[in-house]
Write a protein that binds this ligand. Structure first.
Ligand code: SAM
Ligand code: SF4
Ligand code: SF4
Length: 348
């Protein structure tokens, strides 16, 4: 018999934001080198012995559920590079408190893994795709992988997930002429496209404000092509604001730079080596690995997590929006000193 879902009230932070959603980076490595995330030639990787086992991740997720989490997203690095990922999905599926189990992937290995992940109980998949033009794609990710990625996305479209989303980071003067083509592609594969403003996260050392294509510019461009665009109404705590084209096709925009949504943010992040970050921009994390390895129970860990969340005041993107002379968040030397500052370590 399936256990009852726990009815715990979620922990609230200093701004009364509930702890509801957890992003777990299952690996810091990646097989692509997107210019907005991993533009360098060399990286410092997390020590292998520090990477949490599936059992340790399972215990931590049990604790997060006791503290209020209902939504879990697997990410990375590239999560599909973590060997045996369907086993982790199956383990997390046994936790009745999780109402939504999703994953963000670059889709290079999704053709083989979409079926096994669906069978293991993964509900939703978000894939990243920034260009449909082979040469442009290659120059962006520094690998010749577009066919593999498109095949992976088609496999996900056919695998029966509850939803398929396509994330596109829009960079001014680079891929802002492909918005219509990406929406068309989304229709073909049964996926909804979400256009993301290029963010100055750790790792984005090539970031500058003039490369950001804003929500207003994205909507103007689509309206020019397709006519009037209608907002879908209140978005709750989801970062994407959704819109409809006149023919009923929906799409989303994530305006993290020009309209940050920190006030509604219910997310935190766990790195592959068990550091817990309360914000994408947070300088310091909390070490959960040593607690789980010291044998703490899920209840003990949950008490620590509740306390940590109750002190949270983070509003990283809002603070960045008010920073004078805004440029890249970190230079390479600062990233090398602590790889946890990297987006690919922290999980997007
Ligand atoms: N490797 C997987 C992928 O690319 O889908 C998962 C990890 S990746 C860090 C998660 C998401 O973060 C991707 O959709 C990616 O496009 C997004 N991302 C990375 N760097 C970004 C940046 N500078 N601005 C906006 N989004 C970014
Ligand atoms: Fe690109 Fe994702 Fe890899 Fe970053 S982690 S380089 S966004 S594929
Ligand atoms: Fe949440 Fe931090 Fe992102 Fe704001 S910047 S939405 S607080 S993770």
């Amino acid at each position: 018999m399936k256990a009852e879902a726990p009815a715990n009230r979620p922990a609230l932070d200093q701004l009364e934001r509930p702890l509801n959603s957890l992003r777990i980076s299952v690996i810091d490595r990646c097989d692509l080198r997107c210019s907005y995330c991993m533009p360098e030639e060399h990286y410092t990787w997390l020590p292998q012995e520090d990477v949490l086992s599936f059992a340790e991740i399972g215990t931590l997720v049990d604790a997060f559920v006791l503290a209020g989490v209902r939504k879990v997203r697997l990410t990375g690095g590239e999560p599909l590079l973590r060997r045996g990922l369907p086993e982790l999905v199956a383990r997390l599926r046994q936790q009745p408190g999780i109402e939504d189990l999703a994953m963000t992937t670059n889709a290079t290995h999704l053709a083989e893994l979409a079926g096994p992940l669906r069978q293991a109980g993964l509900n939703r998949v978000t894939v990243s795709l920034d260009s449909l033009r082979p040469e442009r794609f290659k120059s962006l990710v520094r690998r010749d992988a577009l066919n593999q990625v498109v095949e992976g996305i088609r496999a996900a479209g056919a695998a029966g997930f509850a939803s398929l989303k396509i994330n596109t980071v829009v960079m001014r003067g680079f891929n802002d002429d492909e918005l219509e083509a990406l929406i068309e592609f989304g229709r073909q594969v049964g996926g909804e496209v979400r256009f993301i403003e290029y963010m100055d996260v750790g790792g984005a050392t090539l970031w500058s404000l003039d490369k950001v294509c804003s929500k207003a510019q994205i909507l103007a461009r689509l309206a020019e092509h397709w006519g009037p665009i209608t907002p879908c109404g209140p978005q709750g705590r989801a970062p994407a604001e959704r819109f409809l084209l006149a023919d009923g096709t929906s799409f989303g925009v994530i305006a993290s730079v020009t309209e940050p949504f920190c006030r509604a943010c219910d997310r935190s992040r766990l790195t592959a080596d068990g550091q817990w970050y309360l914000c994408l921009y947070a300088q310091e994390g909390m070490d959960l690995r040593h607690l789980v390895r010291a044998g703490q129970t899920a209840e003990e860990l949950a008490a620590f997590i509740r306390q940590g969340w109750s002190r949270r005041i983070d509003r990283g993107a809002e603070e960045r929006a008010n920073a004078p002379h805004r440029g890249a968040l970190y230079q390479v030397e600062a990233l090398r000193q602590d790889p946890h500052r990297e987006m690919h370590t922290r999980g997007g």
